[in-house]
Design a protein around this ligand. Structure first.
Ligand SMILES: [Zn+2]
Length: 246
């Protein structure tokens, strides 16, 4: 739920500006090879894994700290007229729940006041009327989505997810991509992976919409963020130490 009481807390944003793929991009029928994680040397995560994790979970945060939900998060779909997107959200929440066991429990509620994250499938103006603080980060683009979160000392408190249905109209693959991309952001991944060869829905935007599901690498990153040893508010040094010991 979005409460004015959170006004003093730091607001974090994740803005996604998705552009049409230019003609030198691979054909839609040729999805990118899911890049395997780099070689593991004496532990669960390679140095590339760790770098990408920090790009997604720390470097995108203004304070460069881990942002996580405490134990559970409830989503509310504001715009329920798209049955296939409601089903997509339910499938995404179910998939993430199966990855995270009870470290984080995601639910979908039909009671707005009980929700932590509101999901909007609408146009920019309607979304900004509900979430006016997001305006500075919502730029014009061919397609677009946004995950807007509030946090206190790394603990996520409330937020919203936006899929621009006006711009992605009639393009269901893009809509599906945006649902996966923005919900993954809403877990606390404020940045994007940029390392060549490792593909995630939070990888470079122009892969959109070739990746329509979480890749094995995405799933490892989600599990790492919600590993109980990774605590909200942790900085890079602490995360380095923990991940290298896993
Ligand atoms: Zn993004």
């Amino acid at each position: 739920m979005i409460q004015r009481a959170f006004i003093g807390s730091l607001i974090i944003l994740s803005s996604c500006f998705l552009f049409s793929c230019s003609k030198d991009k691979p054909a839609a029928s040729t999805p990118p090879v899911t890049g395997g994680p780099g070689e593991v040397v004496g532990g669960t995560y390679s140095s590339d894994d760790l770098l990408v994790f920090k790009q997604m979970a720390i470097y995108g945060s203004a304070l460069r700290i881990i942002n996580k939900w405490p134990k559970k998060v409830a989503y509310y779909i504001v715009d329920t007229q798209y049955d296939y997107l409601t089903q997509e959200v339910d499938a995404v929440l179910k998939e993430i729940n199966s990855l995270l066991d009870t470290n984080l429990v995601l639910t979908r509620t039909n009671v707005r006041s009980e929700s932590n994250v509101q999901i909007f499938f609408t146009d920019r103006n309607t979304y900004l009327m509900a979430e006016p603080d997001a305006a500075p980060t919502l730029y014009n683009s061919t397609y677009g989505g946004l995950s807007y979160l509030r946090q206190q000392e790394g603990t996520l408190t409330s937020g919203s997810v936006f899929v621009d249905m006006e711009r992605a109209k009639d393009n269901i693959p893009v809509q599906r991509y945006l649902v996966h991309h923005e919900i993954m952001h809403s877990l606390g991944f404020r940045g994007h992976a940029t390392l060549t060869g490792i593909y995630t829905v939070l990888f470079y935007y122009t892969l959109m919409p070739y990746i329509l599901n979480y890749t094995p690498f995405d799933k490892r990153m989600i599990q790492l963020l919600y590993n109980p040893l990774i605590k909200e508010g942790m900085g890079e040094e602490q995360v380095d130490k923990i991940v290298k010991a896993l």
